[in-house]
Design a protein around this ligand. Structure first.
Ligand code: PHE
Ligand code: ZN
Length: 881
């Protein structure tokens, strides 16, 4: 709970640790309500420390101290001092190595914050990133203290038959009283945030992987017995990730064993603990009848992400938590590349950018904006943000674009070679890129310290006589909290040209050989580039592949967008044209709604869609994306004052009108691609399901007997979760007579599968249909709702507040009050998850006055709540600032 005066930590205050811990020998006597921890730490004063301080201060929280020994002698109470958050040993040895033995007890069952050692159903497990290890024992809980860990677990044989920790199993044995013990040793020095243990009744699925140098690695996935039939995809994904990292980055796995454990209670997605990843069940378990295609893709991505951390995060780790993007931005970039290589590059890029623009751009434009390397925080858990992760990945991607694939790889090789076994900074990463490529990235480094999304104004001027096209680019980065008048960034702008027939026009720049595509390096606030040898004025395809996380400001006519949608050879920009075209049509309708005018659909979009529907497509997933209207959240980001109702009404109008005009096409495509198949996870089948369900979605807006029976038939015949969810979603978001019956049937069918029941909650909570708020309140009372389970909270409270703009932003403020009530209740159990829920209120400035007042009032109510956590306090108070 919150100190009277929450402390801010600053990057500028960093200093090296005063002591080092070389070895850690841990002994756990495990019990759900009483676990005894004995830690033997081998320490030494850090020769690099300049501090005159002769005390050793260890961090610790919620610990019950039982005893301290220094080099074998028990310390008496005058020799150390304890606070709520620390243990200070007076007169710690200044020379040579010494051993501190600390004994303490903890209560895993009482730990509902899921940081440190906690219980999830019948198992015990840990979560130590960022600062959870201090809830296990007193320690120098900071990532630049790296130690070799040996861990012994002692427990009841029946309750905890499986005992796991990092590294290799070295010894085990039996004890009296039906107890047993297992010892683990991790040969790699690591920061304590990578420590993990798991104890429980777990089944294990095993496989093996032979590395590029011929070593055999044993792969194990641990789950509860009823989930053993849902691990195949995770295991296959792991093997794919291991191979991919060898092929693309030359990185080989280092231990002989790789373990993954799936737990039902987890604050985040997954955790890369050395040799023992702990995963939210959501990112492990999948069977075609329980998981959708998008779940399958997410599992592959997250398994890859955690595996890639073994190099980008574990072998080379972060010096301090301000450097979080060093491991997260880089690893997200790596998992994006991996997923793109596995399936469709085009689709993956679009999905990533779509998320970035709808959510990270909002973060970057709001009161919580911060650079990818923040300069200050109160609670580090609040900085696992879209900015650090997703914008961080974009920054790494820009390095890849600027240096080229080969140059980037050389930089990575140098980075890993130079810093293996070290805790380093974002700056070290950029330096390796510079040194390996002989490039100066001084200006590029500003991306690490500057918050906000830069805006790019682009202009073109064609001179027919000289055949020259002058491109002028201007950049501007808006002010963000604490940052004004920012200097220009180094921005890679990838472009291509199209002639009037839609063909590629070659780019001739600065006398270099003509090319189909080029990267303009914008480094000034305003800069021009002259392209020569152009017989006619070409159309410029700007920012191909979304080569930088910026907003391009330019006016294009609907005709020009339709032209790009037909002909741009860049798959990203082709999709972008579809989004802008639909976006403009919807924006005009929003204005009509606000002016009380009658609505008519602009025929340009019907023509564009007709053209798309008449073509043959190989990549059906990509085709589906071209037919998808921009999300409400993206449309909202385009408005000065967000009008949730008008956005929703206009978008629904376009959806329904398109369905009416293009009904025959949608029905034909639906029929061509509909199979009642049990769900193969291959690109062909995924694409068929995706396009079919896109069509179903359009058709269901018609609310005719035919369209209703189409979705009902699909629901009843569905043999895979993708089809079942898509049809249920169509039913729930329309006036379908079988709505209640289908929801009940779905619940009965899946009541024993937690992850499917999460979907059932989320679908109802995000429904735009009238009456949703009352439904959400009922669901809160449902016997399957559990405030202690983060996945369940996210699927009800999270989905309602983050994925249901019309109802969450109800004019009367009921949605805001509901959220505040839930945040306050949840904060007593789990401050970290509660704090995330607050972010739904952060964007209050973007709404009309009345809503602003209502949102501000509930934020204030949250802040004024007695004993609110520092997590929630920081998010709510910074949101209001
Ligand atoms: N480091 C985890 C990742 O792979 C995220 C995480 C952070 C998990 C904190 C738990 C706690 O991104
Ligand atoms: Zn990560």
């Amino acid at each position: 709970m919150r100190d009277a005066n929450p402390q801010t930590i600053y990057l500028k205050d960093y200093s090296v640790p005063e002591y080092l811990i070389h070895e850690v020998d841990l002994n756990f006597d495990l019990g759900e309500e009483h676990t005894v921890v004995v830690a033997r730490l081998t320490l030494q004063r850090n020769p690099q420390s300049q501090s005159p301080n002769q005390e050793l201060t260890l961090m610790g929280e919620d610990l019950n101290l039982l005893g301290v020994e220094l080099d074998g002698t028990a310390l008496h109470a005058q020799q150390y001092v304890q606070t709520d958050t620390s243990l200070t040993i007076h007169q710690a040895p200044q020379d040579g190595i010494f051993v501190l033995k600390i004994e303490n007890s903890i209560n895993p069952k009482a730990n509902t914050a899921f940081e440190g050692l906690y219980q999830s159903s019948t198992m015990l497990c840990t979560q130590c990133e960022a600062e959870g290890f201090r809830k296990i024992t007193y320690f120098l809980d900071r990532p630049d203290v790296m130690s070799r860990f040996k861990t012994t677990l002692v427990a009841d044989k029946d309750k905890y038959p499986v005992l796991l920790s990092n590294g290799n199993k070295v010894e085990q044995g039996e004890l009296a009283g039906n107890r047993h013990w297992v010892s683990w040793e991790d040969p790699f020095a690591k920061p304590c945030y990578l420590f993990a243990l798991v104890a429980g009744q777990l089944e294990c699925i095993e496989d093996r992987f032979v590395t590029m140098s011929g070593r055999e690695i044993s792969l194990q996935i641990y789950v509860e017995a009823h989930d053993v039939d849902k691990c195949d995809h995770a295991m296959q994904s792991l093997k794919n990730a291991m191979r991919w990292d060898e092929e693309v980055y030359g990185r080989e796995y280092d231990l002989d064993l790789y373990m993954i454990v799936a737990v039902g209670h987890f604050n985040m997605g997954a955790m890369e603990n050395k040799g023992l990843n702990i995963f939210n069940t959501k990112f492990v378990l999948a069977r075609p009848d329980t998981a959708t295609d998008s779940d399958y893709e997410h599992i592959e991505g997250v398994i890859g992400h955690e595996y890639f951390h073994n190099w980008s995060g574990n072998r080379v780790t972060c010096r301090d938590w301000f450097q979080l993007s060093l491991k997260e931005g880089f690893t997200v970039f790596r998992d994006q590349q991996f997923s793109g290589d596995r399936a469709s590059k085009a689709v993956k890029r679009i999905e990533d950018v779509n998320m970035l623009r709808a959510r990270q751009f909002a973060e970057d434009a709001g009161p919580l904006a911060h650079p990818i390397r923040p300069e200050a925080y109160i609670e580090i858990n609040n900085f696992y943000t879209l900015t650090v992760y997703e914008k961080g990945a974009e920054v790494v991607r820009m390095l890849h674009t600027l240096l080229g694939g080969e140059g980037f790889r050389k930089g990575c090789d140098l980075y890993f070679q130079r810093h293996d076994g070290q805790a380093v900074t974002c700056d070290d990463f950029v330096s390796a890129m510079e040194d390996a490529n002989g490039r100066d990235l001084t200006q590029f480094r500003r991306w690490y310290s500057q918050a906000g999304t830069p805006q790019l104004n682009v202009e073109q001027h064609y001179d027919a006589e000289s055949g020259q096209l002058e491109l002028t680019l201007r950049q501007h980065c808006p002010d963000t909290p604490g940052q004004t008048d920012k200097p220009p960034l180094h921005i890679p702008v990838k472009i291509g040209l199209l002639n009037s027939r839609g063909q590629v026009e070659l780019i001739k720049l600065d006398g270099r050989p003509p090319v189909e595509e080029t990267v303009l390096e914008l480094t000034e606030a305003e800069q021009s580039f002259a392209l020569s040898g152009l017989a006619e004025q070409p159309t410029v395809s700007w920012l191909r592949g979304f080569s930088a996380p910026v907003i391009v400001k330019m006016q294009r006519s609907l005709e020009e967008l339709a032209f790009l949608l037909s002909y741009d050879s860049d798959t990203f920009n082709r999709w972008e044209a579809s989004q802008q075209l639909a976006g403009q049509v919807i924006a005009d309708l929003i204005a009509d709604i606000q002016q009380g005018r009658e609505l008519t659909l602009n025929p340009v979009i019907v023509e564009a869609y007709t053209k798309l529907l008449e073509q043959q497509w190989d990549d059906l997933s990509y085709f589906s994306l071209l037919l998808a209207l921009p999300d409400e959240s993206y449309l909202a980001s385009q408005m000065d004052v967000i009008d949730v109702d008008a956005i929703h009404q206009a978008r629904e109008f376009v959806k329904k009108s398109l369905a009416e005009r293009l009904q025959a096409h949608f029905l034909r495509l639906y029929r061509e691609n509909h199979r009642e198949e049990s769900g193969q996870f291959d690109a062909g089948a995924i694409g068929r399901r995706r396009i079919k369900n896109t069509c179903l979605h359009y058709l269901s807006t018609l609310e005719t007997g035919d369209s209703q029976s189409l979705s009902l038939r699909q629901f009843e015949g569905a043999a895979n979760m993708t089809d079942q969810m898509a049809s249920l979603s169509a039913i729930v978001n329309s006036r379908h007579p079988a709505k209640q019956a289908c929801l009940e049937q779905f619940y009965r069918q899946w009541q024993d599968e937690d992850l499917v029941i999460d979907k059932w909650f989320a679908l109802q909570a995000s429904s735009h249909w009238p009456g949703t708020f009352a439904k959400v309140q009922q669901l809160l009372q449902h016997s399957a709702f559990d405030m202690k389970n983060p996945n369940r909270v996210r699927s009800l409270v999270g989905a309602f507040s983050q994925a249901n703009p019309v109802h969450f932003h109800a004019r009367d403020g009921s949605g805001y009050h509901f959220l505040a009530d839930q945040v306050i209740a949840l904060d007593k159990l789990n401050p970290q998850v509660a704090s995330r829920m607050v972010t739904a209120l952060t964007q209050w400035r973007r709404y009309d006055d009345e809503r602003q007042q209502l949102m501000k009032a509930v934020l204030q109510r949250i802040i004024d709540t007695e004993a609110i956590s520092t997590d929630v306090f920081e998010t709510a108070s910074k949101s209001l600032a």
